[in-house]
Design a binder for this molecule. Structure first.
Ligand code: PEP
Length: 257
C-alpha cells in the first residue's frame, strides 16, 4: 500500500473567516497527533493566500480547486498554475464533476490543465466518475477509461519525469448524496484505473507515481471501509471536511487504517 491521502474539498461552502478559522483549528489539532497520512485542504480561490499563511510551517498541505492551462495571458477570470505555485499550492483538483456540469469543463480541457499543472510541479487530483444513468446503462468502464485517457493525453506526450499525480474515483451519484456503494464496485473501478494507467504510461510509472483515491459521501462511518478497498489509498471529502471535529475524526481513522 502507498502513502495515504485525505483531501478536503471545501468547495464554495465557507466564508473567508470560516476558512481561516477552520484551517487554524486543523493546524492546532494536527500538531497534537501523529499521522503518516498526507492531509490536503482545498479552499476556494479567493481564500488560498490567507489559508496558505495560516498553515505555513504546519503539516497541512495546500490545494486549489481549479486552475487554467496557461501560465500568463489575456484569460479574464482564470487562475494560472504559476500563480497557484506562488501561493504555495502543491495540489490542485482537476475535472471535478461540478465543474464539468456547471462550467462545461470537457475531458480535453482537463487534459490541458493536468499537463500545465505538472509543468509547475503541482500534483493534479484528477476527478473521474460516472453518472447514475451511465452506471445504470452499464457504461461505467467506458466513461472511466475515456475520462482518464483524455486527462493524461497531453501530459503523456512528453516522457514522464517523475511527477506525482492522483486519480480520484468519484461516482457522481455518490457525491453529496449519502447513498451507498458496494466495496466490490470501488475495487473494480480502482483495478480498471490501474489497468488503464498501465496501458497509458507503463505499470512501472503508474505504480510509482500515481495514487488512486475514492470520493463521494465519505464520512466517519464509512471511511475505514473505503480505505480497506484494495487499490484505494485515500479519500477526497466534501461535506465531512467542513468542520474540524468531523475532519479530525477522519484523520484519526485514516491514521489507524
Ligand atoms: C466531492 O465533491 O468531491 C465530494 C467528495 O463531496 P462529498 O464528500 O460531500 O460527497
Amino acid at each position: 500500500m502507498g502513502k495515504k491521502y485525505l483531501i478536503a474539498n471545501w468547495k464554495m461552502q465557507l466564508s473567508i473567516n470560516e476558512s481561516r478559522s477552520l484551517a487554524q483549528e486543523l493546524v492546532e489539532r494536527l500538531a497534537l497527533i501523529k499521522t503518516d497520512t498526507s492531509i490536503v485542504v482545498c479552499p476556494s480561490g479567493p481564500v488560498l493566500s490567507q489559508v496558505a499563511g495560516v498553515i505555513r510551517g504546519s503539516d497541512l498541505l495546500l490545494g486549489a480547486q481549479n486552475s487554467f492551462w496557461e501560465d500568463r495571458g489575456a484569460y479574464t477570470g482564470e487562475v494560472s498554475p504559476a500563480n497557484l505555485k506562488e501561493l504555495g499550492c502543491s495540489f490542485c483538483l482537476v475535472g471535478h464533476s461540478e465543474r464539468r456540469e456547471y462550467l462545461g469543463e470537457t475531458d480535453e480541457m482537463v487534459g490541458r490543465k493536468v499537463a500545465a499543472l505538472l509543468t509547475q510541479d503541482i500534483t493534479p487530483i484528477i476527478c473521474i466518475g460516472e453518472t447514475e444513468d451511465e452506471r445504470d446503462d452499464g457504461r461505467r468502464e467506458e466513461v472511466l477509461v475515456q475520462q482518464l485517457s483524455l486527462a493524461l493525453a497531453d501530459a503523456f506526450r512528453q516522457p514522464h519525469n517523475g511527477q506525482h499525480f492522483i486519480v480520484a474515483y468519484e461516482p457522481i451519484w455518490m457525491i453529496g448524496s449519502g447513498q451507498m456503494i458496494e466495496s466490490e464496485d470501488v475495487i473494480a473501478s480502482a483495478q480498471l484505473i490501474r489497468k488503464t494507467l498501465n496501458e497509458l504510461c507503463t505499470a512501472a510509472v503508474a505504480d510509482k507515481f500515481c495514487t488512486v483515491i475514492y470520493g463521494g459521501s465519505v464520512d466517519t462511518i464509512n471511511l475505514s471501509g473505503f480505505l480497506s478497498c484494495s487499490g484505494i489509498d485515500g479519500a477526497l471529502v466534501g461535506g465531512t471536511s467542513l468542520t474540524a471535529d468531523n475532519f479530525m475524526s477522519l484523520v484519526e481513522i485514516a491514521s489507524r487504517s
